[in-house]
Design a protein around this ligand. Structure first.
Ligand code: ATR
Length: 273
């Protein structure tokens, strides 16, 4: 049977085996999908061993995405732009192809919620790996403007400069932010510590869409905050998780699984519904 897995550390709580097992059942693909948690300095060796032993493909998650970028034979254009690899496929001619499906997953999830990206004004909070992965796919949707705000302003400036060939993208400090945004995407890891990016409540209005790339069984700190200040369309990163997985599955198997039912089952599994 064709073997796939996700590399991460820690990875025990990963939902990827659950998601890909449902995709395989739905599309009648014969495959198994497992977990691997190598020590942080043993990822390269573990990756090599997996493919030497007949593995067909893998996902890569924190903290290995940047390292995976350096270990594959070839990079997709979107992985090159993201500077990180979350999906590896062993091609028919035995090449390890590194791809990145995170940004495509975000955009697919936004669209499935009916969010219009073309001509919209987008605020992206954070300038780490998650933001970098999202930028090219977001800009490909032709927003009128994309503003990056980050606690360390220099990192936002650096990202804006790196992606300005793809659209109207600028960096502003949290204090500089003004005007009306259509969509705010939180790519910071602040929610992990129960913290909030220092966003002025005045930026939240009833027609704004709020997306937190994080998710949990209960609302993230950012989502609670946005609700408190009157935002009505609020989304967390669970849909992005399923959509990036669907994109990876398509890269590996050449067949696109449906995501709606799988997302529902995942929510049930997490106790969200
Ligand atoms: P990831 O790969 O998930 O993006 P990362 O590269 O460590 O992780 O980036 C984390 C992002 O969250 C950064 O933009 C970080 O801001 P700094 O660049 O200033 O460190 C942001 N972040 C983390 N905690 C935050 C907090 N409490 N408030 C605001 N931003 C925060």
């Amino acid at each position: 049977m064709d073997r796939y897995l996700v590399f991460g550390h820690p990875v025990r709580h990963s939902k990827s085996p659950f998601i890909h097992t449902l995709f395989a059942r739905q599309t009648q693909q014969e495959l198994e999908y497992g977990l691997a948690e190598p020590a942080v300095d043993e990822f390269a060796q573990a990756l090599r061993t997996f493919f030497d032993q007949g593995g067909k493909g893998c996902n890569v998650t924190v903290p290995f995405k940047e390292q995976a970028f350096t270990l594959v034979d070839r990079l997709s254009p979107r992985a090159k732009r993201a500077g990180a690899v979350n999906t590896i496929k062993l091609t028919d001619d035995a090449v390890l192809l590194g791809d990145n499906t995170d940004g495509a997953g975000l955009v697919a999830d936004l669209k499935s919620h009916g969010v219009t990206l073309a001509d919209s004004r987008i605020l992206l909070l954070g300038a780490g790996g998650a933001a970098r992965g999202a930028l090219a796919p977001l800009l490909a949707e032709l927003p009128s403007e994309l503003v990056i705000a980050n606690r360390t302003h220099a990192k936002a400036q650096q990202l804006a400069a790196e992606f300005c060939d793809l659209g109207h993208v600028t960096a502003q400090t949290y204090e500089q932010l003004a005007g009306s945004f259509d969509l705010v995407i939180n790519s910071t890891s602040a929610s992990l510590q129960g913290e909030l990016p220092p966003l002025a409540p005045a930026l939240i209005h009833t027609d704004i869409a709020i997306y937190d790339m994080m998710y949990g069984a209960s609302d993230t700190a950012f989502i609670s905050w946005a609700k408190q200040h009157g935002a009505r369309q609020i989304m967390d990163g669970l849909g992005m998780l399923v959509e990036q997985a669907a994109e990876a599955f398509t890269v590996w198997r050449g067949i696109r699984p449906g995501t709606k039912q799988v997302l529902r089952e995942l929510k049930r599994n997490l106790g969200v519904i």
